[in-house]
Design a protein around this ligand. Structure first.
Ligand SMILES: [Zn+2]
Length: 292
């Protein structure tokens, strides 16, 4: 940007301006390109190419001499002293950033098609990484919101699910059950009926409801007593751990509430208003309900 500014300010009649810079790369590049050495191919993949194109356009309009001067030098030559002065004002400007005018973005010298997002601005380089990132994000959000939000675990915990339920499973059965639950492949009546393996998707334990994972693990009355007993055991064990950690009653409240409401559709514990404890392998409850 400093090059652009210098070239704009030096416009007019008179001798060709002499422009010093301590940025060796840009001085070399501009030299080469002004000498017409493989101009387009040099710039095609370069970071900040729109700025270089802008500089070159200005430098071609008016012959300019670019010269390199070493940065942070104690020499007493005029270029070294001018460089020190420029550095001094540049670092001073950091303390008054609000007074520094915003540099325009050279959209006029960008590639014909350039990626843009409101959050990131113009993306001139590493477009492959950029596109990859947005495609994975898009796929992840599709997966999260489809499949009955089974993959939307990020709202509870942004860490990837631990792999120990698989790598340290007590049996192959428990690892498979976990894998089937997360991929929606447990043989519920709903899944089997949708594949023509059962005539009805209603609960095989007699409820007037579709036998989905949600139904079996959270709603099915057949397992109500198990949920009540396990929740109270969980609350008791959690209370012991919290007491050992020396937490006050107040601090214990929210953790105990979470333990108590783990198996029910409590809006505080479960922001989606539906309990998904069976998707969290670390709980290890799921095996109890799935017949071997
Ligand atoms: Zn049922």
């Amino acid at each position: 940007m400093a090059h652009v500014l210098a070239l704009v300010l030096s416009r007019g009649n008179g001798p060709a301006p002499l422009l010093y810079s301590d940025h060796q790369n840009s001085v070399d590049l501009i030299h080469d390109i002004l000498a017409q050495v493989s101009r387009d191919s040099r710039l095609r993949n370069m970071n900040g190419r729109s700025y270089y194109r802008w500089i070159l356009r200005l430098a071609q309009e008016r012959p300019t001499v670019m010269a390199y001067t070493r940065g942070h030098s104690a020499e007493l030559t005029v270029p070294a002293q001018m460089n020190r002065e420029a550095d001094y004002y540049a670092s001073g400007a950091q303390r008054h950033i609000e007074l520094v005018p915003v540099a325009p973005t050279p959209t006029f010298s960008m590639d014909e098609y350039t990626l843009y997002t409101a959050a990131d601005g113009w993306i001139e380089s590493n477009t492959r990484t950029f596109v990859d990132f947005f495609m994975s994000q898009h796929t992840a959000s599709n997966m999260a919101f489809g499949y009955r939000m089974r993959m939307l675990t990020g709202i509870y915990d942004t860490l990837p699910p631990p792999d120990y339920p698989y790598s340290r499973a007590l049996s192959a059965h428990s690892a498979v059950v976990q894998l089937y639950a997360r991929s929606g492949q447990l043989p519920t009546a709903e899944a089997l009926a949708s594949r023509g393996k059962l005539p009805s998707s209603l609960c095989r334990l007699g409820c007037n409801a579709v036998e989905s994972m949600q139904h079996i693990f959270v709603d099915c009355t057949h397992f109500s007593q198990w949920r009540i007993d396990t929740a109270s055991e969980l609350v008791a064990r959690t209370a012991v751990r919290l007491n050992e950690a020396g937490l006050s009653d107040e601090e214990q409240g929210s953790v105990l509430l979470a333990a108590k409401s783990l198996f029910s559709d409590n809006a505080v514990t479960w922001p989606l208003r539906m309990s998904q404890y069976f998707l969290f392998p670390s709980f290890g409850f799921i095996e109890v309900l799935v017949p071997k």
